[in-house]
Design a protein around this ligand. Structure first.
Ligand SMILES: [Zn+2]
Ligand SMILES: [Zn+2]
Length: 285
């Protein structure tokens, strides 16, 4: 308990920049509800697939953070541009945060540790304290691969530009109402989906593997995040490109990696399979 209190005190300062952004995006989701159309909903859902699945799940997480497969640079950069549109910070900061999460999971050094509670792990860690604002030494330690890459360094500086461009394109297609759906509601929905991986899949669900953390497999979060909700499988084998290990564990991001493989775009794919018990042993048992 003492630890939790100290942890809270060191991180209680409100991060006004993050708080303002989160409030604005949430508030602008309200008028979106009054200008519903099927086209606007489609803009949000397609955008959520491009950004949430291809950008965050495949790009930021499975490729950049864990290097679970090899991809040509053009594909890596494209996925990173999609990831930037999630407004979950630039790739080097996001990747550093996530690598730190895996290394120090459920301790004071875990940026979104579940120890202070569900809401801290979900979004409080972004609204109070330093969140993903790592200093250069931390970035140098955790993401030297990205800092060496000129494209990633440049995009990190202007990571909000792809979102602005997407807003202009959506405005040209469907006016302001499509911007409300395709930018603001889409970003808000994407935030909570990703945040549920940090919160819900460390609290609710089933545990297949006895990992040192509290990670769980949660079907609802997996649906919302295109497969990232098989989080206990992921913590058990973080470098595996495949998170849903059973046929019923739907993992859209993994299926997309398989498509990339067929197209010759994804190579050296790291794959974790549940070890099959040899038939002889099964018979003997
Ligand atoms: Zn986790
Ligand atoms: Zn991970």
């Amino acid at each position: 308990m003492q630890n939790v209190i100290e942890f809270e005190q060191t991180r209680r300062d409100i991060n006004w920049k993050n708080l303002s952004i989160v409030i604005v995006f949430h508030l602008l989701t309200i008028p979106a509800l009054f200008v519903f159309s099927w086209q606007n909903l489609a803009a949000m859902l397609i955008g959520n697939w491009i950004v949430g699945s291809l950008g965050v799940g495949l790009g930021y997480h499975r490729l950049l953070t864990h290097r679970s497969f090899k991809a040509p640079k053009w594909l890596e950069y494209t996925l990173t541009v999609f990831g930037a549109m999630a407004i979950q910070d630039d790739a080097p900061k996001w990747v550093a945060t996530h690598r730190i999460h895996h290394k120090f999971v459920e301790t004071d050094k875990d940026p979104h540790s579940t120890r202070p509670g569900f809401w801290w792990a979900h979004m409080e860690w972004i609204l109070r304290g330093t969140a993903q604002d790592h200093d250069h030494a931390t970035l140098q330690k955790y993401v030297p691969d990205l800092l060496k890459d000129k494209f990633h360094v440049l995009l990190a500086k202007y990571y909000y530009v792809p979102l602005v461009v997407s807003g202009v394109v959506l405005y040209a297609i469907g006016g302001w109402s499509m911007v409300l759906w395709g930018v603001f509601a889409r970003v808000g929905f994407g935030w909570h989906s990703t945040w549920l991986v940090n919160s819900a899949t460390h609290f609710f669900g089933k545990r297949r593997f006895t990992t040192k953390d509290d990670s769980t497999n949660n079907a609802l979060v997996a649906i919302l995040t295109f497969g990232e909700g098989w989080h206990n499988n992921h913590h058990a084998q973080p470098t595996s490109a495949r998170h849903g290990l059973k046929w019923y564990e739907f993992d859209m991001n993994w299926l997309t990696i398989r498509v990339f493989e067929k197209l010759g775009w994804a190579k050296e794919i790291r794959r974790f399979e549940i070890k099959k018990v040899p038939t002889e042993l099964k018979r003997a048992a």
